[in-house]
Design a protein around this ligand. Sequence first.
Ligand SMILES: Cc1ncc(COP(=O)(O)O)c(C=O)c1O
Length: 342
Amino acid sequence: MSKTVDIDWDNLGFSYIKTDYRYISVWKDGKWDEGKLVEDNKLTISEGSTALHYGQQCFEGLKAYRTKDGKVQLFRPDENAKRMIESCHKVLMPGVPVEKFIDACKQVVKANEHFVPPYGTGGTLYLRPFVIGVGDNIGVKSAPEFIFSVFCVPVGPYFKGGVNPVNFLVAPDFDRAAPHGTGAAKVGGNYAASLYPLSIAKEKGFADCIYLDPATRTKVEEVGSANFFGITHDDKFVTPTSPSILRSITRISLETIAEDYLGLKVEERDVYIDKLDEFKEAGACGTAAVITPIGGVQYKDDFHVFYSEKEVGPITKKLYDTLCGIQFGDVEAPEGWMVEVE
Ligand SMILES: Cc1ncc(COP(=O)(O)O)c(C=O)c1O
């Protein structure tokens, strides 16, 4: 590390910290410009920008990890790049090519390397790529110009002092996404719609909401901003399928880990909210949540506890240790998963 910063690495949370550099590229006249690093963390855009009025925007989230020997590596950035192209297309924005996305992420990590938490603290550098529609406009139509930007924030481990289960509330009267809507895309509107149910869950003492499938409201879809998985009594790793679930990169990685590292069978299928007792353990997984064990679920008048409200189950713990081991370079990764920032 060339520069140093005055950060208490052991007490980092998940809050905005201004780092030194961010990447910015503009799409105009049918193409992306080359892009550059800038120091200013403010954007000046037209008041008519579609991102402000019509939600024409999308974003991504991924992390850079410092390994024991001091290297810095990204976890499957190609998957985030591909997912962002799909999100862009869903709201009629030009996609950012995979190579450009990865190059932007690498430039940002390299320029802010002194903000990557040291190995052993459990902290990481969280990257937030986004695309927004900008430019003078008033009608409901696609923007004349777009901005692709990536900034980063050092964040602490999701769990301080061990992996602990949390409880969730099945969203009483809310859906996160419509049956043929934007649930599978990482667009801001999905998150705006989740803020009110989240506030209700928090008020009632739950960590977040579980969302059911919007068409029948009988099947589990998302757990807050994370995907659901359950471990059946005969040791299968089960995760729901639906066109309105965001395809979590952590979840697809856990499917590989469950099968290839832990020897579990993997099933993608419907998970019914009134059949939760088929699982002995359950968890929520995502870049921010890593793996959060689900203690209990409140569904109408029923409170269902999986393994325990206090302790993480043994299979969930193994999945967690293997995933983090791979990300921090302590466990051998499947080919192509870890991308070094040199
Ligand atoms: C709605 C939603 N589901 C799932 C996830 C987990 O996805 P990933 O593992 O790619 O972070 C996220 C976070 O990105 C999310 O916002």
